[in-house]
Design a protein around this ligand. Structure first.
Ligand SMILES: [Zn+2]
Length: 41
């Protein structure tokens, strides 16, 4: 069972910033789909 959950998260596509396309690391959901740099601007 646990193995399936791990595989599920492994297969999730990486988030990319909607503004610059930079890959977004796992972080607060309130940041939406932008990276730190674009959120500051
Ligand atoms: Zn960005």
């Amino acid at each position: 069972m646990l193995d399936n959950i791990i595989e599920f998260f492994k297969n999730l596509p990486a988030k990319n910033c909607a503004t610059c396309g930079e890959e977004i690391e796992e972080q607060h959901e309130c940041y939406g789909n932008k990276c730190d740099a674009c959120n500051i601007l």
